[in-house]
Design a protein around this ligand. Sequence first.
Ligand code: ZN
Length: 102
Amino acid sequence: MGKHTAYWENYSRAQVRGALRMSGVILAWVFVLALLAAGHDAFGKAFPWLIGAGLVGLAATTAWLAMRAQKVVCPECATTYTRHKWGGRCPHCGLGLLQQDP
Ligand SMILES: [Zn+2]
């Protein structure tokens, strides 16, 4: 067990949960859009707007969750950084992503 083994194990589990949550959110939006499409006649002229709003909502929540998934809190120095931007390395202390010992 390295110094940060437990932390990175938790991190990996959280990444999996995040991916599941994102799939769930996308499915929920697709469901909402399907309901809107099914009720097409009831909405009349508002229909294209509702579909548009649904698509914007889907894109916005997906982008937000994806951005959140990129955030890493370094277990060594508690710096928060974006995974891809820094090549998976803490910009403050240089600890690599999933690196167990500094
Ligand atoms: Zn660090």
